[in-house]
Design a protein around this ligand. Sequence first.
Ligand SMILES: C[S@@+](CC[C@H](N)C(=O)[O-])C[C@H]1O[C@@H](n2cnc3c(N)ncnc32)[C@H](O)[C@@H]1O
Length: 372
Amino acid sequence: MNDTITPTGAPSLAHFIAQLITTEGPLPLADYMSLALNHPTLGYYRKQDPLGVAGDFTTAPEISQMFGELVGMCVLDVWSRADMPKFTLAEIGPGRGTLMADLWRATNILPPFQVAADMHLIETSPALRAEQKKRVPQATWHERLEELPTDKPLYLIANELFDALPIRQFERLNGTWFERYVRLSDKGTPDAPAFEPCLVPLAPGAEDLLPPSMKSSPDGSITEHCPSGIALIEELSHRLAKQGGMALIIDYGFDGPAGGDTFQALRSHKFANPYQDPGAADLTAHVNFLALKTAAQRAGVQALGSIEQGAFLRNLGIDARAQTLIAKASPEQQSDIASALRRLTDGKEMGSLFKVLALVGANTPTPVGFSH
Ligand SMILES: C[S@@+](CC[C@H](N)C(=O)[O-])C[C@H]1O[C@@H](n2cnc3c(N)ncnc32)[C@H](O)[C@@H]1O
């Protein structure tokens, strides 16, 4: 038996997707992205821990403990002004569990917080669940948001989750909108199938997904829609409206009229071709915060922001926190802390591209520093 054959019967995810396209025709982009990231055995997130220097990308909690600590201070502040209820403390897409571990350590300044909190993590990757168990063994794990308890206020964090949710892309050609699908490319070989985007006519109803301002955009215009991101926000918002609590959605993206191709692949900290070697690179798209905010408001919760990550962290006191850490650090650590502060807050690094949206549920005070 050939031991390179996977449990799906195909030697690689690229072969599996190629077989699918050969039998069923071009694949919607969202299905391609979903398989590349989440195929049960060959998907990017199912196979490995992708974070850190040895991985493909790094994230704010992995850059500095200050990130999780300050997110924790934001949650602690709102929860204490909400009269300190018993509550569900949840994170979706927790990576290595670093943010939650830093939040937990920092919130110990007010011990009733930890007595009242019941920690839940929503994670689909077995490799990352194992990492999370090392850092926050007290958590309860779930596959889906729907599995969280419904009887208490919910305080939920999502950092760099929404960019990993599959998107649909629409492109204008000859005065007509089409949807981008994925087909086999002539550049591939039987040993190494290759893929490329192609355009198919819009399915019924797809027209409604185009932003009204782009209905007659020039040829070459591209717009994106993230169906599972909108569905997740709707489910979350319905819960917050009923249960009370707050959600912080942090990610890279834009908050304004949608437009442009943001589908990208990251491999070993470099941009790669997202149509090559699916399952081997992280595939993402920028988050449309305006679309998330509109969906949340439609579902009946208050949506605040988005504000830029740099402003969010500064409002929570990151400069003072960095100074406290620097005062106790070795010269080498001092320069690491200063560099982390810059990476997290500077407009040329993560400070502007990354944004924070707050959803505030029933009977819950608003977090400080957000505008409507
Ligand atoms: C880019 S990583 C971010 C990790 C972490 N939040 C951080 O900032 O370091 C995306 C995370 O979302 C998880 N994930 C991806 N799709 C998911 C889904 N549909 N439901 C829950 N978790 C998901 C991944 O396994 C991973 O933990």
